[in-house]
Design a protein. Structure first.
Length: 131
C-alpha cells in the first residue's frame, strides 16, 4: 500500500503523506475509511512508528484524515480539501509555464516537456505497481 524511497532527499514522513494524499485523491481510500494503525503500518513498512505518527499528524492538520480517540484514524469525508490542493497544484503548474515563457521557451517545447513529464510519471506509477 505504502512505499518509500530511503535514498530520497524527501523525508520519509513526507513521502508517506504524499502517498496517502494520492490514495485519497484517487479514491482508493474512501471517506470515513479507517487507516492502518500506526503500529500496523510501521511494522509493515519497517520504519519507526514515530515517523508514521508524524505523517498522520500532518495529514490530520491538512484535514485529509481525522482521529477518533481509542478508535484510530479515518479518511476525512470533506473533499473540499482535495479540491483546494488540486487548485494549488494547478496554480503552481500555471506559474511554472509563465516562468518558462518569461525565459523565452516556446510553446512547442513546453508541450513536449509536459508530455515527457507525464510519460515519466506514468512509467514511475507502473514500476511502483509492479513492485
Amino acid at each position: 500500500m505504502i512505499h518509500f524511497d530511503p535514498n530520497s532527499v524527501k523525508p520519509i514522513y513526507e513521502q508517506i503523506v504524499d502517498q496517502f494524499i494520492k490514495l485519497i485523491g484517487n479514491q482508493v481510500l474512501k471517506p470515513d475509511e479507517q487507516l492502518p494503525s500506526v503500529r500496523e503500518l510501521a511494522s509493515s513498512v519497517r520504519i519507526n512508528p514515530n515517523t508514521i505518527q508524524r505523517a498522520y499528524k500532518l495529514l490530520e492538520s491538512r484535514n485529509y484524515i481525522y482521529s477518533v480517540p481509542g478508535k484510530g484514524n479515518f479518511v476525512s469525508p470533506n473533499q473540499t480539501v482535495l479540491s483546494a490542493e488540486i487548485s494549488r497544484a494547478e496554480k503552481r503548474f500555471k506559474n511554472s509555464i509563465l516562468e518558462l515563457k518569461k525565459l523565452g521557451v516556446g510553446n512547442s517545447h513546453i508541450v513536449e516537456l509536459t508530455h515527457m513529464t507525464l510519460k515519466g510519471v506514468e512509467n514511475h506509477a507502473k514500476n511502483t505497481i509492479l513492485e
